[in-house]
Design a protein around this ligand. Structure first.
Ligand code: SF4
Length: 293
């Protein structure tokens, strides 16, 4: 969707005061976007709290600030209920993946059957990759679970899990290790990332081993811990307070002291000065990566 279409949709929804949420990667562009919206007559408020996914929908905050619509950039709609209209601008990245794929093609030589996965901003790029791979003798598998075929989230990798037994490897099309690492941890096959920022194909095996070792070590510490902190969030799509309460009761039965700690976003600084032997993450399942400091 283009900015023009976003403006059209906002007008159709009778938006006047727009609360804008966006991922950190778009921070440099978001002021220009807000100026373009202001030129069209909207009042704009930029949310400075980081927004990692559609799970983080701040309609109550927007309402308190007098807004009547939300523009959620960089994520797709996964059906969160809202007190006001929400326009999801997926902010597709226009990049040609073929030069990098051609250059790095040998890394995929050992594999005949390839499962493709991507994040919402790279759906078009993934479709180009699919055509190229098929033209070059590969059998390609793409499963649809979310809005687009092949689309995954950090916390939803079913598009890969469902075809794990059919493929020899997975190729993630996008950037960064967050999404492909999630697939590597949840499946049995080797995972590669066609990283369109670094312009290379990167294997995830080393990262996976590092992650699993750390996770096993942290899990083993829970057994011996005396003081346990359970981290929860009040974010709309990450609120697992009921499960946290049940866990607290279970751990207390095992003789542990348990405290529930509520956050907007977890940071190391906020936890400083608190003496817990172990913290249990019940926020975004992928914040584990951040907590291994
Ligand atoms: S819960 Fe975490 S991984 Fe899932 S959409 Fe939200 S931020 Fe992304």
């Amino acid at each position: 969707m283009s900015l023009e279409n976003v403006i059209k949709e906002l007008k159709e929804k009778k938006a006047k005061k727009v609360f804008v949420q966006y991922p950190e990667g778009l921070k440099l562009k978001v002021v220009d976007i807000s100026k373009s919206l202001e030129k069209e007559g909207f009042e704009v408020i930029l949310c400075l709290e980081p927004t990692f996914g559609s799970c983080d929908l701040r309609d109550q905050e927007a309402k308190r600030l007098g807004c009547n619509a939300i523009l959620h950039i960089g994520h797709s709609d996964f059906g969160m209920r809202s007190e006001m209209p929400v326009i999801y601008w997926e902010y597709e990245i226009d990049v040609d993946p073929i030069p990098t794929l051609k250059k790095e093609f040998d890394k995929l030589k050992p594999f005949k059957k390839i499962g493709l996965i991507t994040s919402v901003q790279y759906v078009k790029a993934m479709n180009k990759v699919k055509k190229y791979l098929e033209k070059n003798g590969k059998e390609v598998f793409v499963e649809k679970v979310l809005k687009y075929p092949g689309q995954i989230l950090g916390c939803c990798t079913y598009a890969a899990e469902k075809i794990d037994d059919k493929v020899d490897t997975f190729l993630y099309v996008g950037s960064g290790k967050f999404h492909p690492l999630g697939v590597a941890v949840k499946t049995d096959k080797p995972v590669y990332s066609l990283d369109l920022e670094k312009n290379e194909v990167i294997g995830m095996e080393k990262e996976k081993m590092k992650y699993l070792k750390k996770k096993a070590w942290h899990n083993s510490r829970l057994e011996d811990a005396k003081n346990v902190g359970i981290l929860v969030s009040w974010k709309k799509g990450q609120n697992r307070i009921d499960e946290a309460r049940k866990l607290k009761v279970g751990l207390e039965k095992k003789g542990k002291e348990v405290t529930i700690l509520a956050f907007d976003r977890v940071t190391k600084e906020k936890l400083e000065g608190l003496k817990f032997d172990v913290l249990v993450n019940m926020i975004c399942p992928r914040f584990d990566d951040e907590l291994y400091f």
